[in-house]
Design a protein around this ligand. Structure first.
Ligand code: SF4
Length: 515
């Protein structure tokens, strides 16, 4: 086991999860108090920066476990409307900046509660202005302005801190606008509705250990597919069409979209003669034929390990075998592989499906597997197939790829010592979903999360050790973001357990290689 590699925050000055909420105005404090229902102490800290600074000096020595600043604030961006909630990622008054890593976690919880919530920097100013003054504040990157948060938040020291502001007015609806009253009421209603989330934050707070599974995150096939799209964007410029998601991850897709990739479901959406990339999951020969017929400039990002399964399917089918593909219906990889020999192939999702096979010659049955299956589950289906067809031919080498296998073994190694497992990955990522199932089969509750905002605070109560991994299509940065967000609940000690190291790299297709 490696030594701890990261510690976010450091030990709190005071042990204990007691929550103190600072609200500058009495009305704000009343709204918060009603929402909290006695789960924390609410203190009226007074209006404006001078009072806040005086309060902050006393607060620093207070015995609270977590500190929240909650009140109304002035929206700085046009997308905000009165009643919207902003959870500060950091709060600054120009001289002091306090980071609030728990922000995405709280915002996710607020959205799941049906509230409009976003995250962003909060700026504390000496005087709130409208019009051009607001625009200048927005230019600093801040999304909400107030007159109290920065000194109060700084008083938390190393203890977890959150800043929650409900928007009462916006650049389009300024301070002296008659609508300020309704805006203020909307903000107070939101503040009350949001306060139970602060209580849940307090209930989930405490020091934690994170056991990082290694290997995790990007595999060689995913890195290659992303690099292909990036290189085409560099070499030919936007737009570059990609059939289906290049890999199954929302962050990767959003990032490439920002850079000019256009993701389409079908080739019919690609203009004649344009460049189109086939995703890492592979395509059927029918899709290749259509691209050729349309005169499209097709570049293949199919993972070489998926291409290997396609080649096996063609070979077995050409030799007269009925080819059973063990996999999940509807997955793009499965559709592509079945398309290699549709007349000679059948899909097996479970061991029970074996009974439905009707080979013309029971001596000529072969089987293949989707590359991202759970190793133990797939073994059960292949065993059932061999029970019924003892001479069934297996693939020449494992179809379930090295990355899938390694990530499942790695999460099994940490799940046993974890109270909870979190798997970073998107819902349509087969290998990520299999990691959740693998952890659950090891007896540990597990959840798939696209990022920190998907973590439900209720999952973390009484959880002191979290196993953490990422599917083969999830970027490593998401794992860092999750650890950072967890540090907003208390000190986090991160230990990495590496069961093997991976050095595989696949070469790029000749169309994108440097000349
Ligand atoms: S998970 Fe395996 S098969 Fe899929 S892209 Fe990665 S290396 Fe290739």
């Amino acid at each position: 086991m490696a030594a701890p590699v990261t510690s976010a925050g450091g030990p709190p000055d005071q042990a204990g999860p007691s929550l103190l909420v600072c609200s500058p105005l009495r009305l704000e404090a009343m709204a918060v108090r009603r929402g909290l229902g006695g789960a924390g102490q609410v203190r009226v800290t007074g209006y404006g920066p001078a009072r806040s600074r005086r309060q902050a000096a006393a607060l620093a020595a207070d015995g609270f476990g977590l500190l929240a600043v909650a009140g109304v604030g002035g929206g700085l961006t046009d997308d905000l409307t009165p009643g919207d909630l902003v959870v500060g990622t950091e709060v600054s008054d120009g001289s002091t900046t306090t980071r609030c890593p728990v922000a995405p976690l709280l915002a996710g919880e607020l959205r799941r509660a049906g509230l409009r919530a976003s995250t962003g920097p909060v700026i504390t100013v000496d005087r709130l202005t409208g019009g051009p003054g607001r625009r200048q504040l927005a230019d600093s990157g801040a999304v909400v302005a107030d007159m109290e948060s920065a000194p109060l938040a700084a008083a938390a020291g190393k203890r977890p801190v959150a800043v929650l502001r409900a928007v009462s007015d916006t650049p389009a609806r300024r301070l002296l606008h008659p609508g300020i009253v309704t805006g203020g009421l909307a903000a107070l209603r939101s503040l009350r509705a949001a306060s139970p989330v602060l209580a849940r934050w307090a209930a989930a707070a405490g020091p934690r250990r994170v056991l990082l599974a290694g290997p995790r995150s990007f595999c060689a096939g995913v890195e290659r597919a992303i690099e292909i799209v990036e290189k085409i964007l560099d070499q030919r410029g936007a737009p570059v069409y990609v059939r289906k998601q290049i890999v199954h991850n929302t962050h990767v897709v959003a990032d490439l979209e920002r850079r000019g990739a256009v993701f389409v479901d079908e080739l019919s959406e690609v203009p004649d003669g344009a460049c189109v990339v086939f995703s890492a999951h592979g395509v059927s020969p029918a899709v290749r034929a259509e691209a050729a017929r349309r005169g499209l400039d097709a570049i293949d990002a199919t993972c070489p390990l998926v291409a290997k399964v396609h080649a096996e399917a063609r070979r077995f089918a050409a030799d007269g075998y009925l080819v059973a593909l063990i996999g999940h219906a509807g997955h793009e990889e499965v559709e592509g592989t079945l398309g290699e020999a549709p007349e000679s192939m059948a899909l097996l999702e479970t061991a029970e499906d074996v009974a439905s096979l009707r080979p013309a010659d029971p001596g000529k049955v072969a089987y293949l597997m989707q590359t991202t299956l759970a190793v133990d589950e797939a073994a059960g289906v292949s065993a059932a197939l061999r029970d019924r067809f003892p001479t069934a031919r297996a693939p020449g080498s494992d179809d379930i790829c090295y990355a899938t296998t390694n990530r499942q073994q790695a999460i099994r190694a940490v799940a046993a010592d974890s109270d909870l497992v979190l798997v970073a990955g998107s819902a349509n990522s087969s290998n990520s979903v299999r990691l959740v199932e693998t952890a659950e089969r090891a007896g540990t509750p597990a959840h798939l999360i696209d990022g920190p905002s998907d973590i439900q605070l209720g999952w973390l109560e009484r959880v002191s050790t979290i196993g953490l991994t990422a599917g083969a299509s999830a970027p490593p940065a998401v794992v860092d973001d999750i650890i950072t967000a967890l540090s907003g609940l208390g000190p986090v000690e991160v230990t990495e357990r590496v069961i093997t190291t991976e050095n595989i790299r696949f070469s790029l297709p000749k169309e994108v290689r440097a000349p």
